[in-house]
Design a protein. Sequence first.
Length: 79
Amino acid sequence: MGHERSCDHGCPGKYALELCERAVRMYHTSDPKPQIKNLAVDLGVHPEALRGWIRQAEADATSATTGSPPTVGRAHGPA
């Protein structure tokens, strides 16, 4: 049985919305910041999935404060 909803951090349907939101919140509210790998193991998610959710949350927060849409990928200089 899959999860139809996804969170704002790009969580795929493999993980529950609540898990994604909780994982990102736990990372951002921890002091000192936990190692992503250790937190992922504790939560039962893949470390790269958690890393992606955290990056997306940070990008979303940046775009919310600057008023610009989030960027996708890396910016490249002139060709």
